[in-house]
Write a protein that binds this ligand. Structure first.
Ligand SMILES: [Fe+2]
Length: 231
């Protein structure tokens, strides 16, 4: 069962207010069984094979893997707490609503890291005459302009992600800035290439030189994995 300190750690300052309002599900009364808590729980994937990737130190990658695991753990926790509150008849409370908002942040933090790690570690460059290269050229008036736009989006001030999305409605490719983990995802689109530009993704190796990190990212992209995500 979730302990109060875990709940505080999960929700931070906002969580303290939630606790003060007495929102924590009553321990031991109608609580979810272990079986219920474990239904479809998310499990962290192992990306240790990325250690050794040029431009990414082992320390940076190991720290990043640990951060990623935290998002999965917290996604499971938020889902468990919400299920418990629902069971206890607390769905119409502000605390339930705030955890519902939190879910998108934790879940996307988990999933974006998986997409990011899974589009790293490649050897071959992008083939401009391949299916992806042609779609980029079509959507951006040339692969060079796609790359210029992706890099410029990554250089924006702020913390978040750059994601090349494919809109299945018309096949168009668009680079999106995702604020933090959850703001500005285009509904129904497919993520193709994902780049983390939170400071933890590069500061240990590059300090404030985000452009140098983006350069290293481009050298490390697994274009085969990216192309395989195309519809
Ligand atoms: Fe990250």
């Amino acid at each position: 069962m979730l302990k109060r300190r875990e709940f505080l750690a999960l929700t931070g300052a906002g969580g303290a207010a939630v606790l003060a309002a007495g929102a924590l599900p009553a321990l031991g009364r109608g609580r979810l069984s272990d079986k219920e808590e474990n239904i479809m729980a998310y499990t962290a994937k192992d990306y240790s094979e990325l250690i050794g990737t040029a431009g990414f130190s082992e320390t940076l990658l190991k720290n990043h893997f640990t951060l990623y695991q935290g998002y999965g753990t917290n996604t499971n926790k938020v889902l468990d707490i919400l299920a418990q509150m629902l069971k206890d008849g607390k769905a119409a409370t502000p605390e339930y609503a705030e955890l519902k908002r939190r879910l998108g942040w934790e879940f996307n933090g988990m999933r974006l890291h998986e997409l990011y790690f899974e589009n790293l570690g490649g050897k071959a460059p992008l083939d401009p005459n391949g299916k992806l290269g042609k779609k980029m050229a079509e959507s951006f008036n040339g692969v060079e302009l796609w790359e210029k736009d992706f890099r410029a989006t990554g250089a924006m001030r702020g913390i978040g992600w750059v994601v090349l999305y494919e809109d299945p409605a018309n096949g168009r490719l668009i680079n999106f800035w995702i604020n933090e983990h959850d703001v500005s995802h285009p509904a129904g689109c497919r993520p193709l290439l994902v780049m983390d530009v939170f400071e933890h993704a590069y500061m240990l190796d590059y300090g404030l030189k985000r452009a140098d990190y983006i350069e290293a990212f481009f050298r490390a992209v697994d274009w085969t994995a990216v192309e395989a995500r195309l519809k």
